[in-house]
Design a protein around this ligand. Structure first.
Ligand SMILES: Cc1ncc(COP(=O)(O)O)c(C=O)c1O
Length: 262
């Protein structure tokens, strides 16, 4: 029996993606992907890591890990980032994020403690004072409050378009933001919308994202999703999104947290 490892050099030890020439589909891989049982006394399933901090073999290793975590240093080729603090990452989150990214056929996944944490991360990561965010309307009430009130205080203006708007109407909002001297950084949607279940034309949003992105200002297209989940929002529709937000409250556990996939 011949096992083949994933091409993902960084985590080569953790994934078997092929046995005897038979390639596994993501649906099968998600069951064991990202977990190396050798590092956990051959436990069949990953144990829960109930720790906040981790030990470094040398203080130098710890210094490097903190630098990578803070983004002040870039990982060298093949360099694995060490776990620093469970609030940032720990082995369980790592496995969870890798499996969801795999299932989504995206490069990375990030998990957040709540849906609103994931939604808030979008403007906080990509917008700065003076920038604009285009959003479809309606969206989840908490997101709407964040966009309407809190972002305003940070100098970020939100331009709203109806969830079922035609491409021309959305383009008008982009042009209005530009006329106001603002850079559009994010086009945000939630489809089907909560609570009215209106569908948004994702392809139109993508076309506009590409049309108005420049090498200096790449617009991020973000899509929140409560009602459909990954199973029903076809991958063909998701492929062009830089960011998809999935509420695993509704998708996995019928009530819990949110996931932000990159
Ligand atoms: C579309 C959508 N986004 C975000 C959230 C917020 O999720 P959380 O309650 O986990 O913060 C919800 C909650 O139902 C939602 O429906």
């Amino acid at each position: 029996m011949q096992f083949s490892k994933s091409k993902d050099e960084e985590h080569e030890e953790d994934h078997v993606t092929e046995i005897d020439g038979h390639k596994f589909k993501p649906e099968t891989l998600v069951l064991g992907y990202g977990y190396n049982n050798k590092s956990c006394n051959y436990s069949l399933k990953p144990p829960l890591f109930l720790t906040s901090t981790f030990v470094f073999p040398k203080s130098k290793v710890g210094k490097r890990a903190f630098e990578l975590m803070r983004g002040v240093a870039k990982p060298r080729k093949g360099e694995k980032s060490a776990y620093v603090y469970s609030r940032m990452n720990n082995p369980n989150l790592d496995i969870f994020e890798k499996r969801l990214a795999l299932f989504d056929q995206s490069d990375y996944g990030l998990s957040f403690a709540s849906g609103m944490a994931a939604v808030s991360a979008v403007p906080l990561a990509f917008c700065r004072p003076g920038d604009a965010l285009i959003s479809t309307d309606p969206i989840y009430g908490g997101s709407k409050t964040l966009f309407n009130y809190f972002l305003n205080d940070f100098g970020i203006k939100v331009y709203w378009v109806p969830a079922d708007a035609q491409k021309e109407e959305i383009e008008k909002a982009i042009l209005a933001a530009q006329n106001d001297g603002r850079k559009v950084k994010v086009i945000y949607t939630e489809t089907p919308s909560n609570p009215t279940i209106v569908m948004t034309d994702l392809e139109a949003l993508n076309e506009l994202k590409l049309k108005y992105s420049t090498p200096e200002n790449k617009i991020v297209l973000a899509c929140d999703n409560t009602f459909l989940g990954k199973l029903f929002l076809a991958k063909s529709k998701l492929f062009f999104f830089f960011r998809t937000l999935l509420s695993d409250s509704n998708y996995f556990w019928s009530r819990c947290n949110s996931l932000f996939n990159n």
